[in-house]
Every structure is written in C-alpha cells, then in structure tokens.
Design a protein around this ligand. Structure first.
Ligand SMILES: NC(=O)c1ccc[n+]([C@@H]2O[C@H](COP(=O)([O-])OP(=O)(O)OC[C@H]3O[C@@H](n4cnc5c(N)ncnc54)[C@H](OP(=O)(O)O)[C@@H]3O)[C@@H](O)[C@H]2O)c1
Length: 263
C-alpha cells in the first residue's frame, strides 16, 4: 500500500463492528487519521483503546442528519481537511415481503440509503477540495435480488443508483467514487438483521459465518480506493456467478436462486 494513506483523513461509518471496524483498523495501520462513527459508544471506546491516537471515535447515528454533519465538522476541526468518506454502516433483514411491515422498509431505507444523501451533502465540498474519495459499501444484493431480502435489496439498489449518478456529477470535480459490493463476509450482519416485525433476529447466519474474513476484505477495499476503482466486488465464487448470470442469463439465475434459501 506504500504510503498512500499516511496522514490522510478518513471517516468510516459503521466502525463499531464487522467490515467497518476492520476498515478502521487497516486505515490506522496504514497511517491515516481515522474518524470512526457508530452508535455503540462502548465498542468505539474499545477500538480507540486498541488503535491509539490516530483513531477518533464519533458516537453518532447515520439516520440523523445532524450527526452526519457533526462527524464531517469534527474531521475539519481536528485535521483541517477530509480525504475520504467510507460509508459502510448498514443493516439487513429477513422475511417474505408479504409479511414485512412498512416500518421495516423505512428503517432499511433510512440506514442504508437516506444516510448517504446526508453524508454526501455534508462532505461534498471538502471532498471536492481534496479531490478525495467517496466510498459506499453496498452489496451484491445491490446488483441482483434474492428471496426474503426485499427491503435490503431495494435499499442497496437505491444506493447503487444514487452513487452512479454522483460519480457522473463529480467526474469533472475530481472526486473519486467507489461502490463496494461484497458477497458474504463473516460479521454480525445476520445477527443484527430485522425480522418481519422490525425486531433484530438475534441469531447468526450460516452463510455469513462461512464468508470472507473482514480484515482481508478491508485491506482489499483500501487497495481499490488507492487504485481509484469504479466498482469492487469482494465476493465468493457463487456470488460472483450470480453477478455474471444477472447480466447474461437472468432467467437461469432466478431458477438457481429459487433452489437455495440463504440463511
Ligand atoms: N457481512 C456481509 O455478508 C455483507 C455482505 C454485503 C454487504 N455488507 C454490507 O457491509 C456493511 C457493514 O456490515 P457488516 O457486515 O460489517 O455488519 P455489522 O457487523 O452488523 O456492522 C454494521 C455496522 O453498521 C453500524 N450501524 C448500523 N446502524 C447504524 C446507524 N443507524 N448509525 C450508525 N451506524 C450504524 C453498526 O454500528 P452500531 O450498531 O454501533 O451503530 C455496525 O458498526 C453494511 O452496509 C452491509 O450491508 C455486508
């Protein structure tokens, strides 16, 4: 990675757990000033203890516009610039669309999509000044959909569409935009996923437990940032096959997806 991230200033949302936590660890290892945002104060305190002075913890909720503005203001106040915003915070869901309340959809859209609008508005000017990086952690579910994830897939498809527009609007401004679309990664995402009633499921998922290691994924994401890639898919063979079929043989993909129930 050479010295690319040294002394650069990055914000990572959803840094208390999973992929976001691993991105924060890797950023600090590569010498970046890292502002870690999440709601869990205790987890951020632990992270700060582990990573030391390069990490600044910012307790905040990405669904609150004032918290999104506050984390950007803190970066500017402490370091005078912002080189990258990695918006990774997200939640998932399980349940048939017929059973899920509208509140489940609203919550998923607030966390996975509308937060991106607020963060972008807060960070846009600073990222244009630094010709920096705007990164969204989406999912392969932002490219194709499976059963029992309707709200998650809808929110990640919305995120993909939004980021594709932003990329074009910023091409002449020098801001690099990257959409990261992971397949299964071993994190707490299934445990924290909402059920049809809007309550967290509270149990781990078999597919994510067999997924990629989050630190390996985080290092690969930093590499994609450094290379100013447009899209990046850290995913296993099956999810990559899904991406290929969604483009070239969507009917076949439907038939395959009907045979697998991903837990
Ligand atoms: N793991 C996978 O298999 C997988 C696959 C594809 C895509 N992804 C995506 O990767 C991203 C990270 O997920 P993960 O797998 O690392 O799951 P995770 O371990 O459950 O972590 C989710 C993170 O998001 C934060 N978060 C949730 N709601 C938030 C809110 N309202 N405000 C601020 N932070 C919030 C959580 O922190 P607090 O609860 O402390 O706020 C936590 O740090 C998500 O966008 C997810 O969709 C994951």
């Amino acid at each position: 990675m050479s010295h690319y991230f040294q002394k650069k200033v990055f914000i990572v949302t959803g840094a208390s757990s999973g992929i976001g936590r691993s991105i924060a660890v890797k950023l600090v290892q590569h010498g970046a000033h890292t502002l870690a945002m999440a709601r869990s104060e205790d987890s951020l305190r632990e992270l700060k203890k582990e990573l030391g002075e390069l990490l600044v913890s910012c307790v905040g909720d990405v669904t609150k516009p004032e918290d999104c503005r506050r984390v950007v203001a803190k970066a500017l106040e402490l370091r005078g610039r912002l080189d990258g915003l990695i918006h990774n915070a997200g939640i998932s869901m399980r349940g048939l669309a017929a059973d899920c309340s509208k509140e489940v959809y609203r919550k998923l859209m607030e966390v996975n999509f509308f937060s991106t609008v607020d963060l972008y508005h807060a960070a846009m000017d600073s990222l244009r000044s630094s010709r920096g990086h705007l990164v969204a952690v989406s999912s392969v579910m932002g490219r194709y959909s499976t059963q029992e994830r309707s709200g998650y897939c809808a929110s990640k498809h919305a995120l993909q569409g939004y980021m594709d527009s932003i990329r074009l609007e910023n091409l002449s401004q020098g801001v690099h935009t990257l959409v990261v679309s992971p397949g299964f990664v071993n994190t707490n995402i299934a445990h924290n996923a909402l059920g049809p009633d809007g309550q967290p499921l509270g149990k781990r998922g078999a597919a994510t437990e067999k997924g990629l290691d989050s630190l390996v994924v985080a290092e690969a994401i930093l590499h994609a940032i450094k290379k100013r890639k447009r899209d990046f898919y850290p995913a296993g063979v099956k999810e990559k096959l899904g991406l290929f079929l969604s483009k070239w043989a969507p009917g076949l993909l439907d038939r395959l997806l009907l045979k697998v129930a991903v837990k």
